[in-house]
Design a protein around this ligand. Structure first.
Ligand code: BGC
Length: 758
């Protein structure tokens, strides 16, 4: 049955739309929210705070079997605010009908889903997108994802994930924009913009959800769901900036996180949610808990029972309870007993209703339930083209000895490594509704790039995993298998060049998939050693969702392309770069350690008291005895098929007051013979502070295309904003003193000059 009846309330609301209330300065939407709120019982209000899982995906402990009937009845009674994991225009229409046509007030449900890097058409994993250093890649990828997901009935995406992280053991590094708060902030804005566009009521946009608030990227030892114990300065200056940027960009919702920080679970943190986010940052959207995190406060040992968990979570500012059903069970009693004022419930309900109004759901609850659109908007040639464009821009060239790359589309090419034939692994581990095995494999990409001009032969060489591979099963990694070596060695010997795919299965990464080792698994490296004995021209394509420790590759393989998990068009995009149809332009958004023992390793570290050996003292300084302090590849690093030279680094003056600015300029020349893009990075160092400052902090970047031989002068501005940070007293501002400005093509190789803030 399609809609036959629109609750008379809607008509009233439609009439009110777009006029300001005569009595107050309230916007028309706010007025509509207030009018509705007045009609709601406490039970119905608490219902709006209740987010149920649907039947599609389970991303946490599964709800008890057979509870769907109860859930459906509750929707009809108006006791549910939204659902997650319910998909397709048809199914969302059916669920929406339950609410709109049966409940007393006919309040529409909001439907959420993890649209993390695409819906059907997969974009590169977020970490890879960040490697493009091109926020337009992020914006466009989410615009496509929004078009697809909204056409399948989804209103609300649980993304962007903007947890800054320094720990590759953590499986969720693949979802994150990496180790730097500035880069993450620019990507946060672009991701939000891509989802939300100009107008949330446009049925091709989604409400975004910045997650996980906050500190989740710092889970101890990289183990998922673990505690985070970081200083307030690290929280404010490293974890929070992307969230502040997302809030400023108008993100509609924020998701809190599973972890505790300094003994307080994020879900119960008033400091984070009420004081900072809703207070200082004036965030007007709503906060959703992470899956069951309201209830998990009991397991954390922060609440004794449901009532205490409900009390603490709502008081702290967690507006919507995702699948813990603690608000449903206990919040009514907490309010009726007078432990919390109902105004807190009202505030949460207001925020949720406002987003529903902004999405246009009160004007047409079925706005997003259009099966025809769903048929037409998924996996279109345009969507795939955007994915390929994003993918090629996300690839990072790590090594290219004697310009082995780009390859010629001729001769004999050996493609080796089981990852090369996978049509599934490139889809990544937050793959939403991507069809299994639907990506263009590396092998297919190479074959279609060279056509009949070159002879392409493939053999798997090693086996990486065996058995079931899926979102909800543990992966079985094959550790010792050399049965395919002989064939691979013979093929390498008889070929002009070898393309060896190495790396990780996508199911080694993602939620719940932390690892204690970041080395290449199985027999991959042993195979590489054998291949190098018979053919020196080995190009590695490294598919992975985290920074890996690859010292042997870095030392011995002549060429390495970091290709991450690049999504639906992975193979085509990698071939674009391998054969020089696209000149690689990505730069690392995370440092690559030499070994796990260096972790956490990140470019914006502190100087410490003993950073270098002092005179004859070779022991008592901050270092390891078995490895250097430096990473294998630093943050911001990436090569091109051309070279860029930096010169004429100048500051417009060497002193400024807080109200003044200094212009930094640098000349960048493409000194090679092909056109190429360079990411010009601008860093500063604040030498002395009320708290110690990092040795370097990214403060700007520009990605530019320079023709072969072209020279361009680039400018960056240093203002009070550039130099502000959360100081000892946690106020945001500057401190006078000496600074260094630096510009370069990565975080280690920079030109620099000093200046003073008076
Ligand atoms: C994850 C969130 C996700 C949610 C809903 C949780 O387990 O931490 O990132 O949005 O599930 O799927």
């Amino acid at each position: 049955m399609r809609i036959t009846f629109i609750n008379s309330l809607f008509i009233g609301f439609i009439l009110l739309q777009n006029c300001n209330s005569p009595e107050t300065n309230m916007s028309a939407t706010d007025q509509r929210v207030e009018d509705l709120l007045k009609q709601m019982t406490l039970e119905e209000k608490i219902g709006q705070l209740n987010l149920y899982n649907g039947t599609w995906d389970v991303t946490g402990p599964a709800p008890a079997e057979g509870d769907s009937k109860e859930k459906y009845d509750n929707i009809k009674k108006g006791l549910v605010g939204g659902m997650l994991n319910i998909l397709t225009a048809e199914a969302t229409r059916e669920a929406q009908e339950l609410a709109v046509e049966n409940s007393r007030l006919g309040i529409p449900l909001i439907f959420g889903y993890d649209v993390v890097h695409g819906y059907k058409t997969m974009a590169p994993i977020p970490l890879a997108q960040a490697a493009s250093w091109d926020p337009e890649v992020a914006r466009k990828s989410n615009e496509v994802a929004a078009l697809e997901a909204s056409s399948a009935g989804v209103h609300w995406s649980y993304a962007p994930m903007i947890d800054v992280t320094r720990d590759p053991r953590w499986g969720r590094m693949m979802e994150s924009p990496g180790e730097d708060p500035y880069l993450a902030s620019r990507f946060a804005e672009a991701w939000v913009d891509g989802f939300q566009g100009e107008d949330l009521a446009n049925p091709h946009t989604l409400a975004a959800c910045a997650k996980h608030f906050a500190g989740y990227g710092f889970v101890e030892a990289g183990r998922d769901y673990n505690s985070a114990d970081i200083s307030l300065q690290t929280l404010y200056n490293i974890s929070l900036p992307p969230f502040k940027a997302a809030a400023k960009a108008g993100v509609a919702t924020v998701m809190n996180s599973f972890n505790e920080i300094a003994g307080v679970p994020a879900t119960g943190s008033e400091l984070l949610q009420r004081d900072l986010l809703k207070g200082d940052w004036e965030f007007s959207g709503f906060v959703v808990s992470d899956w069951a995190s309201v209830g998990e406060m009991i397991t954390h040992g922060f609440a004794g029972d449901d009532a205490e968990a409900a009390y603490k979570a709502l008081k702290a500012g967690s507006d919507m309870d995702m699948e813990a059903r603690v608000y449903e069970r206990a919040l009514g009693k907490v309010i009726n007993d007078g432990q919390l004022d109902v105004s807190l419930v009202d505030d949460a309900v207001r925020r949720i209703l406002k987003v529903k109004f902004d999405l246009g759901l009160f004007d047409d609850p079925y706005l997003y339930c259009d099966s025809e659109k769903e048929q037409n908007n998924l996996l279109t040639p345009d969507n795939l083209a955007a994915s390929r464009d994003a993918a090629k821009k996300s690839i990072v060239l790590l090594k290219n000895k004697n310009n082995l790359l780009p390859l010629k589309k001729s001769g004999s090419i050996a493609v080796i490594g089981s990852l090369a034939e996978s049509k599934d692994i490139p889809l990544g581990s937050w793959r939403a509704q991507a069809v299994t095995n639907s990506a263009v494999s590396l092998l297919e990409g190479i074959q279609s790039a060279v056509g009949t001009n070159a002879q392409v032969n493939y053999t798997p060489g090693y086996t990486l995993t065996e058995g079931l591979r899926s979102f909800t099963t543990e992966l079985n990694i094959v550790t010792e298998d050399k049965s395919g070596f002989a064939k691979a060695i013979a093929l390498a010997k008889s070929s002009d060049v070898v393309i060896l795919a190495m790396g990780e299965d996508c199911w080694q990464t993602g939620e719940g998939r932390s690892q204690t080792s970041i080395n290449l698994k199985g027999s991959q490296e042993d195979l590489l050693k054998e291949l190098l004995k018979v053919n020196p021209n080995v190009v590695i394509t490294l598919m992975n969702g985290r920074s890996l420790a690859i010292p042997y590759l870095a030392e011995n393989a002549p060429a390495i392309l970091e290709v991450w998990h690049l999504g639906s068009e992975a193979g085509n995009a990698i071939a674009d770069v391998l054969f020089g149809d696209y000149n690689p332009s990505g730069k690392l958004p995370v440092s690559f350690p030499r070994n796990l023992g260096q972790v956490p390793i990140y470019y914006n570290h502190k100087n410490g008291g003993r950073p270098v050996p002092d005179g004859g003292n070779t022991v008592f300084w901050s270092h390891y005895t078995d490895a250097p302090n430096t990473p294998l590849f630093p943050f911001g690093y990436g090569l091109s098929y051309t070279n860029f030279e930096y010169s004429d680094f100048k500051l417009s003056k060497n002193q400024m007051s807080a109200s003044e600015t200094i212009t930094v300029s640098v000349m960048v020349k493409n000194s090679g013979s092909v056109d190429g893009e360079e990411v010009v990075q601008f860093y500063i160092r604040d030498h002395v502070g009320s708290v110690t400052r990092p040795v370097k902090e990214l403060k700007g970047f520009q990605k530019i295309l320079l023709k072969a031989g072209e020279v361009r002068t680039l400018k960056f501005e240093i203002s009070q904003e550039t130099l502000s940070y959360y100081r000892l007293d946690l106020t945001f501002g500057t401190e006078p003193g000496d600074y260094t400005a630096m510009v370069g093509g990565n975080s280690e190789q920079v030109l620099s000059a000093g200046f003073e803030l008076r």
